[in-house]
Design a protein around this ligand. Structure first.
Ligand SMILES: C[S@@+](CC[C@H](N)C(=O)[O-])C[C@H]1O[C@@H](n2cnc3c(N)ncnc32)[C@H](O)[C@@H]1O
Length: 265
């Protein structure tokens, strides 16, 4: 049986949802995911200064942690979007409002959000789709809205894993480089593919599609109409990721980054 590799991240999300053992796997963060995800989302809540009058859209909401935190704070509305319906079905079971939607075609009406969050998502979106994705964030944001875009790498990621012709060579490589657990996990998937007659496609899900130096990313967002409030090195990965807070200008409340945000301005 021929083994192929795919870096199609949307299909990776679909496969993760289909083989889910734990809802936190949808945050796609590997080990200690719950703790890391909670810490990151707590910080996002602080950065956007969330208040009960807000209407929040979380683009690429993962396992729904941020939506749950928003709900607990009694937010007026909190809607999540996910790349696949397979993920959305699972997160909806937690009682959260979630839909399938891609970053460049958001299924959300104009100016409906006072807060837009898109964390750890654009790095897996093809570069050519980034300008349209930023324009979509601008479109759904209300004048004065805060737009948090997080975990943007500023350098390319590691090279993709090598490809091997045979199952044995693939397993030997995984054993040598990633250890016995990864190797056994792949063996289990290979047996399943063989028994169910499915093609052997290894979806790594780790390739960085989009990265940009802060100056370049800020210029891209500004040309979509988003004004930078501040940018800073990510607390957990300062060596390769940046966070950004933008605001959509409002005629009623001209940009003034020293004042507190006004969600309905
Ligand atoms: C790594 S998870 C991040 C989850 C969450 N935002 C967090 O910070 O924990 C990536 C998320 O992006 C979503 N995603 C991937 N590609 C997408 C796309 N093209 N458009 C919208 N969402 C996408 C996936 O459904 C997944 O929820």
């Amino acid at each position: 049986m021929m083994i192929t590799r795919s870096e199609d991240y949307v299909e990776y999300c679909r496969e993760t949802a289909r083989n889910l053992r734990d809802v936190q796997d949808l945050a796609l963060r590997g080990n200690h995911k719950q703790e890391i995800t909670r810490r990151i989302q707590e910080r996002i809540l602080q950065e956007i200064e969330l208040c009960p009058e807000d209407d929040m859209i979380d683009i690429g909401c993962g396992d729904g942690t941020l939506l749950q935190m928003a709900q607990a704070r009694g937010l007026r509305s909190a809607i999540g979007l996910l790349a696949t319906e397979e993920e959305a079905v699972i997160v909806r079971r937690l009682g959260l409002q979630v839909q399938q939607g891609f970053t460049d075609q958001l299924p959300v009406s104009d100016e409906s959000a006072s807060v837009v969050v898109c964390n750890n998502v654009l790095l897996v979106v093809p570069r050519e789709t980034i300008p349209a994705s930023l324009r979509e964030m601008y479109r759904i944001a209300r004048p004065g809205a805060r737009v948090f875009i997080g975990e943007i790498p500023f350098e390319p990621g590691p090279a993709p894993e090598p490809e091997f012709e045979s199952a044995a060579a693939t397993l030997a490589y995984l054993y040598r480089t990633h250890g016995v657990r990864t190797c056994l996990g792949m063996l289990r998937r290979m047996i399943y593919w063989k028994l169910t007659g499915q093609p052997m496609i290894i979806r790594g899900g780790s390739t960085i599609c989009f990265y940009a130096q802060p100056q370049e990313f800020i210029a891209m967002a500004e040309s979509a109409g988003l004004h930078i409030v501040r940018s800073w090195a990510h607390q957990d990965w300062p060596g390769n990721r940046y966070n950004y807070l933008f605001q959509k200008a409002s005629p009623a409340a001209p940009l003034n980054f020293n004042r507190r945000f006004s969600p309905n301005a």
